[in-house]
Design a protein around this ligand. Structure first.
Ligand SMILES: N=C(N)NCCCC(=O)O
Ligand SMILES: [Zn+2]
Ligand SMILES: [Zn+2]
Length: 321
């Protein structure tokens, strides 16, 4: 889109205002209240009461915004200027109750439902992986059962912990049980590491998921994996949920449940770019826990993953116009 009265309001110009100056929004984009309506909204969900191990993902959105100051407005691999193509804005953080998981899930579902009611596509920054369940509930109301691509070291289809059903290890089991998902197009990508028992895998398959392990990505390669994923997804509405621990701890140390043998950040970014053309209706990036990060490695990786997600959605919206 050309500059003009209806052109999207883009990021602060880094040639005029130093990148490190001013309050952080994602990619230095305008706040949602500054533009009124956004085609794509970045939304922080600083909730980590669902974790089973190291806490701290509540600080993920703030760390990702800070790390995103260096992003630039043109995506060369996809030949797209996402922030000029459509209006992208930062919707701030939801004020989620850290002491009451049920209330937190209800708040997320309701407020995300309000955000997307006029067609805004949500791209959420967690927070721990518990938040995927209320996000999928809100998305299901708008889109019906969705294809899901779940990038994660973990299955997150376990049943419960200490009798708790709503945790970061259980969102995709609940979502499948609740009928939120299109059972013909569900894939985990990047899973690895020890499980509790072999039944974890048979249960996961029963819930509808296929698995592309981290080793599969290494052996088969990014292009072959992406081709089989996109074939399975077709033109279904697709939700992408990316647990940053899908990356190897060398590429993402700042997370709560790290597992050796993960994807490189390059593999993940190339997999995302190879999904160009899918009907991506919403996404999240979760489990960034900056207290365990070093030199912002994890927050930088997350900010770039989000940039690719926004670019894929901007391209889809551009095609629909
Ligand atoms: N969703 C994340 N990051 N981790 C889930 C780990 C659950 C478990 O160790 O049982
Ligand atoms: Zn995980
Ligand atoms: Zn997860």
């Amino acid at each position: 889109m050309q500059a003009g009265p209806d052109a999207p309001l883009g990021p602060v110009n880094a040639a005029l205002v130093p990148r490190y100056a001013g309050a952080a929004t994602y990619a230095r984009l305008p706040r949602l209240d500054e533009v009124g309506h956004a085609d794509i909204a970045l939304l922080g969900i600083p909730f980590d009461t669902g974790v089973s191990y190291r806490p701290g993902a509540r600080f993920g959105p703030a760390a990702i915004r800070e790390a995103s100051r260096l992003l630039r407005p043109y995506h060369p691999a996809l030949d797209t200027s996402p922030f000029a193509a459509v209006q992208v804005a930062d919707a701030g953080d939801l004020a989620v109750n850290p002491f009451d998981i049920a209330e937190a899930l209800a708040t997320i579902e309701t407020q995300v439902g309000e955000l997307i009611a006029d067609g805004t596509v949500p791209v959420c920054m967690g927070g721990d992986h518990t938040i995927a369940l209320p996000l999928l509930r809100a998305m299901h109301r708008a889109h019906g059962p969705m294809a899901v691509l779940h990038f994660d070291a973990h299955l997150d289809t376990w049943d419960s912990y200490f009798g708790a059903d709503y945790t970061h290890g259980t969102p995709f089991r609940r979502a499948s049980e609740e009928g939120l998902l299109d059972l013909d197009a569900l894939s985990h990508v990047g899973t690895r590491g020890p499980l509790y028992a072999a039944e974890d895998l048979s249960e996961d398959a029963r819930l509808g998921f296929g698995i592309v392990t981290s080793s599969d990505v290494g052996r088969r390669g990014v292009d072959a994996v992406a081709a089989s994923l996109t074939e399975r997804i077709g033109d279904r509405p697709l939700y992408l949920s990316i647990d940053i621990d899908v990356l190897d701890p060398a590429h993402a140390p700042g997370t709560g449940t790290p597992e050796a043998g993960g994807l490189t950040s390059r593999e993940l970014l190339e997999l995302l770019r190879a999904l160009d053309g899918v009907n991506l209706v919403g996404a999240d990036v979760v489990e960034v826990a900056p207290a365990y990060d070093h030199a912002d490695i994890t927050a930088v990786a997350a900010s770039h993953v989000l940039y690719d997600l926004v670019t894929l959605i901007a391209r889809r919206l551009g095609r629909a116009r």
